[in-house]
Design a protein around this ligand. Structure first.
Ligand code: F6P
Length: 340
């Protein structure tokens, strides 16, 4: 079975038969990408569509690292972190020449539509390419940062959050045993979702995130207060994108006020990106992957598949990129309330 769809790109109505889909992962890897690839491949095959795996993201589209995938190619990958298709951040794809080469390879393999699994940088590339060459695209939000507008969760965020919680719990043991103060820096690029939720889940004493202008002088009164209350351990979660420049900078600036505290800094780094995906990430990746293909079949494209209140939703890709996703300020207040 092949499908006729009528859709709109840049206000012009297109009619095209989809016979084959290309799938790629782009940007930083995140746990659950493999579950999404599996869902895209098998849903395509189920619908008698050819499906091509494109290795190394847009770089592989430019340099023809493209291979047809069969159902067995995605066997036993749902539990694996990373991405079997590999990923990259391609600067060449931003050029006219790069996009032209990528388009030529789509034509060469008769790829009619693309599923892009990645973050906002990957979607920017997709939008530009799709508009220029009229290639229908659907995006799946794959990033640990959870910073895409229109979806409650991105693929990999839950796993990364659980990894952080496990690590911070361990750090807390040492912090309590030695009466220490730890500044723990977590990823998230310029978003504070990981730091905020990890702060709630680990009972952090404070968080520093890019979305909130933390006044370090206010923070010093917290330190004095904490000393008075004889807190034996302190965990301060620092989002890597917060305005002071990360955990080392924060500690440097606070050093005059840290007398009497035994301070340590811990940067969690790339352990946050890998590992077997949580059940939640596997489930949303699977649902989103199935819906991506069904959406293309129906002729709905130029959208990111997201999840809102447990329902699968379609968000115009341009909106997902342009609009800012805000952290929940009530959650920030809760951290303060619970630190009495
Ligand atoms: O976007 C995912 C992310 O892990 C960010 O949280 C982080 O800032 C960045 O990627 C790190 O990128 P790289 O793996 O290139 O160092």
């Amino acid at each position: 079975m092949s499908c006729i769809f009528v859709g709109q790109i840049n206000n012009c109505v297109m009619e095209k038969t989809i016979k084959s889909i290309g799938v790629l992962t782009s940007g930083g890897d995140s746990s659950g990408m493999n579950a999404a690839i599996r869902a895209v491949v098998r849903t395509s095959i189920f619908n008698d569509l050819k499906v091509f795996g494109i290795r190394h993201g847009y770089h592989g589209l430019i340099y023809d690292m493209i291979k047809e995938m069969k159902s067995r190619d995605v066997a036993a990958i749902i539990q694996r972190g990373g991405t079997i298709l590999k990923t990259a951040r391609s600067t060449e794809f931003k050029t006219e020449e790069g996009m032209k080469k990528a388009y030529d390879n789509c034509v060469k393999h008769n790829i009619d539509a693309l599923v892009i699994i990645g973050g906002d940088g990957s979607f920017k590339g997709a939008t530009e390419f799709g508009n220029r060459y009229n290639i229908p695209m659907v995006g799946l939000p794959g990033t640990i940062d959870n910073d895409l507008f229109g979806t409650d969760a991105t693929i990999g965020y839950d796993t990364a959050l659980n990894t952080i919680v496990e690590a911070v719990d361990k750090i807390r043991d040492t912090a309590s045993s030695h009466d220490r103060m730890f500044f723990v820096e977590v990823m998230g690029r310029d978003a504070g979702f990981l730091a905020l939720r990890a702060g709630l889940a680990c009972g952090a004493e404070a968080i520093l995130i890019p979305e909130i202008d933390t006044d370090l002088t206010h923070f010093t009164s917290y330190l004095e207060d904490g000393n008075k209350r004889k807190k034996s351990s302190n965990i301060i979660l620092v989002a890597e994108g917060e305005k002071e420049g990360g955990a080392f900078e924060v500690v440097k600036k606070l050093s005059p006020y840290l007398d009497g505290y035994d301070v340590r800094i811990s940067i969690l780094g790339h352990i946050q990106r890998g590992g077997s995906p949580s059940a939640y990430d596997r489930v949303i990746a699977t649902k989103m992957g199935v819906e991506a293909v069904q959406s293309l079949i129906r002729g709905e494209y130029g959208v990111m598949i997201g999840i809102k209140n447990e329902e699968i939703v379609h968000v115009p890709i341009e909106k997902a990129i342009k609009l800012h996703k805000n952290v929940d300020l009530q959650e920030v207040d809760m951290i303060n309330i619970l630190n009495v």
